[in-house]
Design a binder for this molecule. Structure first.
Ligand SMILES: NC(=O)c1ccc[n+]([C@@H]2O[C@H](COP(=O)([O-])OP(=O)(O)OC[C@H]3O[C@@H](n4cnc5c(N)ncnc54)[C@H](OP(=O)(O)O)[C@@H]3O)[C@@H](O)[C@H]2O)c1
Length: 243
């Protein structure tokens, strides 16, 4: 049966690749915020791969955007099988000695609050799904300190914790898991990392390369398919950080 799959932040990078990988035979709700053209490109590729694409625009810096995303999806379907909370970003680098309340709010709003609120809003539709699950996207930054990205790491760490709590609370009907990407080559790093920094990451990675969006998308698909995993966070980082 065709799955109803919502992928937030599916205009570029990991989200776009996840939408493409999950496309065949499924309905993919491709959420984006500002990258309309890229989202249309993802939608075209989903269609080419035998999926049905629905574009949904929403700014997830605030509650209103989460509500709008949910409202738009719920007009189109009365059940959801998979919610991938992928939209996020570093937003702004800030040193621990110079933290500002507004920056804290924005980083947590986009990464953490939107993940938590969307999960909550979608519970009734997920309850009507088949083997329904949520996959959240955290980060290696939650595990080891990343200077000037400490707020981002803390926001992702909160998602990690939320994942386990939600998994316990929503079982046995809805599974909740997460992926923690390492350094993945996406537009994210075009904004926040110099080529020199990317090369340094590569050299520090035991598997001797930075990640690709498909490395993460495959782990997301694995978590969707394996119905005996919940409350888990999978690291996809080439060995850059080992637990
Ligand atoms: N790349 C890495 O090394 C890495 C490592 C660890 C974790 N991650 C996480 O992986 C996820 C995907 O990142 P990526 O690497 O694929 O980067 P990306 O290509 O920059 O994708 C980010 C996605 O989030 C969306 N987004 C950004 N701000 C938004 C807002 N205000 N409202 C709604 N959506 C917004 C973007 O939409 P628009 O462009 O349409 O605005 C885009 O689709 C993020 O949660 C990121 O924190 C990435």
């Amino acid at each position: 049966m065709s799955k109803m799959i919502v992928v937030t932040g599916a205009s570029t990078g990991i989200g776009a690749e996840t939408a493409r990988l999950l496309a065949e035979g499924n309905n993919i709700f491709i959420h984006y915020n500002s990258s309309r053209e890229a989202a249309e490109q993802t939608a075209a590729e989903v269609q080419e791969r035998g999926g049905t694409a629905h574009l949904v625009q929403a700014d997830l810096f605030g509650e209103a955007g989460c509500d709008a995303l949910y409202a738009e999806v719920s007009v189109m379907t009365n059940r959801v099988d998979v919610l991938v909370n992928n939209a996020g970003g570093l937003v702004q680098r800030q040193a621990v000695g110079e933290l500002e309340w507004g920056t804290m709010e924005r980083i947590f709003a986009l990464n953490t609050f939107s993940t938590m609120l969307l999960t909550s809003l979608f519970v009734p539709l997920l309850e009507k799904g088949t083997d329904p699950c949520v996959v959240n996207v955290t980060s290696i930054a939650a595990r080891h300190g990343a200077p000037t990205a400490t707020l981002y790491g803390a926001a992702k760490g909160a998602i990690d914790s939320f994942t386990r709590g939600a998994a316990a609370e929503l079982a046995p009907k809805i599974r909740v898991n997460a992926v923690a990407p390492g350094v993945i080559d996406t537009p994210f790093h075009e904004r926040y990392s110099t080529p020199e920094r990317m090369e340094k990451f590569r050299k520090s990675t035991p598997l001797d390369r930075n990640g690709r969006p498909q490395d993460v998308a495959r782990a997301i698909r694995f978590l969707i398919e394996n119905d005996f995993i919940t409350g888990e966070t999978i690291d996809i980082n080439g060995g850059l950080f080992m637990r």
